[in-house]
Design a protein around this ligand. Structure first.
Ligand code: SF4
Ligand code: SF4
Length: 505
């Protein structure tokens, strides 16, 4: 309780959260490394975003140029994918995804030619004369998605913004996950381009102002962004306290403005759109330089790499190539994580590609992962104080333990953002967030099964209705034929009767 009260007195708008060990110094002060050698093969999945997978339009043997579209977006929520380098399409196959399940997904493999030749790019003379719609179209065509981890297609978000009368664009420079510093370095080194991207996003939504929130453990980034936005009085750069999960959009918005996004609603419901700093940079590249999203900056860290750093990596590069570049020691590896240690995914293999969502690759050793044995709950309520959503983690976990998933849903399971703050503070080392992830997975499976049986039920009903219709039509036809036969028989009988009468006369 003390923890919650201290936090509330310090920052009355903050809810929950923890002071997680940062582990950022190893990478935060090194420039972004642009020297990763071009891989011989790039593995580019067609599903790297929220929404429908893109549809491949290349075939094995095709020659492609860097930046060329490989797969078209499908439906309203989707994003295209592009060639990260020039070369030949070596395969279009189902290949393991960078996901804990490692389930295969459709992937286009490019055998690079070493020339890295760009296709011709469509660069506008002055991007600031483009209409809002033109900006959205360019961002969509470039396959830009939310690079803070959400990977929601950015053009769809801008378009939503345009249709929802947005007054504020919030740019999230929180980067609160331990180890990760890619956004920090982006702000330090590419602040002007990020600010240009922000101005274009405002233009793409017809919105009036932007607020950039940066945790106060990134003073150089804060300074660089302030300098880059000087002269644009519609952009405010603000520092926010370093407290995980400050990078959670709702927490940052609440802290900076006091505005609350409705529990079941979206930021657009209150006139706000939220994007990440790296997304703003991708928008700059898409609109000003005409370049699609084919690379991103990734933090590689953890004690199993001797040279932790931020690296600009082509989408489709295998994690094993990136790790090797950072002097990876296989003997030391205990856990490979994509993303941060709090919300990232543990990966079972290293031969999976880096995708648009990958902001970090952590090669963690035993030294990074202290073994703590799980003890019984002492009902200290630290997990409750730490929860930024205001949930009761202990109560949810005890229901999940006895498989009462619906009961856990009743007390807020679906609002859990899996931030792991509760697990982090638990003195009994109870892996609370693992319970929530498990339960969410189970509920999803059940929902899928219900959806399937509902579909089967609907198909059966349709089939029965069709059969019934055929039966009724056949009956009707038989009735009509019987009537026609009877009519013909009556006619024949009448004719015969007339003939008999004539003969008798
Ligand atoms: S689950 Fe852990 S943090 Fe929560 S009340 Fe029990 S011991 Fe305390
Ligand atoms: S993981 Fe869920 S329950 Fe735990 S602190 Fe985060 S939001 Fe709350």
């Amino acid at each position: 309780m003390m923890n919650m009260l201290t936090s509330w007195f310090e920052h009355p708008r903050l809810r929950g959260g923890v002071h997680a060990e940062e582990h950022k110094l190893d990478t935060a002060n090194k420039p972004i490394n642009l020297g990763l050698p071009l891989p011989k093969r790039l593995y580019i999945p067609v599903q790297q975003h929220v929404g429908k997978a893109a549809e491949p339009l290349v075939k094995v043997g095709d020659q492609v140029l860097k930046g060329q579209i490989l797969a078209y977006s499908q439906g309203n929520i989707s994003a295209p994918v592009h060639a990260s380098s020039s070369g030949k399409i070596a395969d279009v196959l189902d290949y393991p995804a960078p996901h804990p399940s490692a389930l295969p997904i459709r992937t286009i493999v490019i055998e690079t030619d070493g020339l890295d030749t760009w296709q011709s790019l469509h660069v506008p003379d002055d991007p600031f004369v483009l209409t809002a719609e033109e900006i959205c179209l360019r961002v969509g065509a470039a396959g830009v998605v939310g690079l803070g981890g959400a990977v929601f297609p950015s053009a769809v978000k801008l378009d939503l913004g345009r249709r929802n009368q947005i007054h504020t664009l919030l740019i999230n420079g929180g980067e609160c996950e331990p180890y990760l510093t890619c956004d920090d370095r982006m702000m330090q080194e590419r602040a002007e381009q990020i600010v240009t991207g922000i101005r274009l996003m405002l233009q793409g939504m017809d919105a009036g102002k932007a607020i950039i929130g940066i945790e106060d453990n990134k003073p150089q980034a804060y300074q660089a962004m302030r300098e880059a936005s000087a002269g644009f009085d519609f952009i405010t750069v603000s520092q926010v306290p370093t407290r995980y999960p400050m990078g959670w959009d709702r927490q940052m918005l609440r802290y900076l403005t006091g505005w609350e996004i409705p529990a079941d609603g979206r930021a657009t419901d209150i006139g706000v759109v939220i994007h990440n700093v790296s997304t703003a940079y991708a928008v700059y590249e898409a609109v000003v330089l005409g370049r699609p999203l084919i690379s991103r900056v990734v933090t590689v860290a953890g004690s199993a790499v001797a040279n932790p750093q931020n690296v600009e990596v082509l989408i489709g590069t295998l994690l094993q190539d990136l790790l090797k570049f950072c002097e990876f020691d296989e003997q030391k590896l205990s856990r490979l994580v994509m993303g941060g240690p709090m919300m990232g995914d543990a990966l079972p293999r290293r031969d999976v590609p880096l995708v648009k969502a990958t902001n970090g690759v952590l090669a963690l050793s035993a030294q990074d992962l202290p073994e703590n044995s799980v003890q019984p709950c002492i009902r200290c309520s630290s997990c409750v104080s730490a929860c930024p959503v205001g949930l009761l983690p202990l109560e949810m976990a005890s229901r999940i333990k006895v498989n009462q998933l619906e009961a856990a849903v009743d007390i807020g399971l679906k609002d859990c953002i899996n931030c792991g703050s509760c697990s982090y503070v638990c003195p009994s080392h109870i892996p609370l967030v693992q319970y929530f992830k498990y339960a969410a997975g189970e509920l999803f499976k059940r929902q899928q099964m219900e959806h399937k049986s509902e579909q089967t039920r609907r198909l059966m009903n349709d089939k029965n209705e069709r059969l019934e219709k055929i039966r009724l039509e056949a009956e009707e036809e038989a009735r009509r034929m019987a009537e026609a036969r009877a009519a013909r028989a009556r006619e024949q009988a009448a004719k015969e009767s007339v003939t008999t009468q004539q003969e008798g006369a």
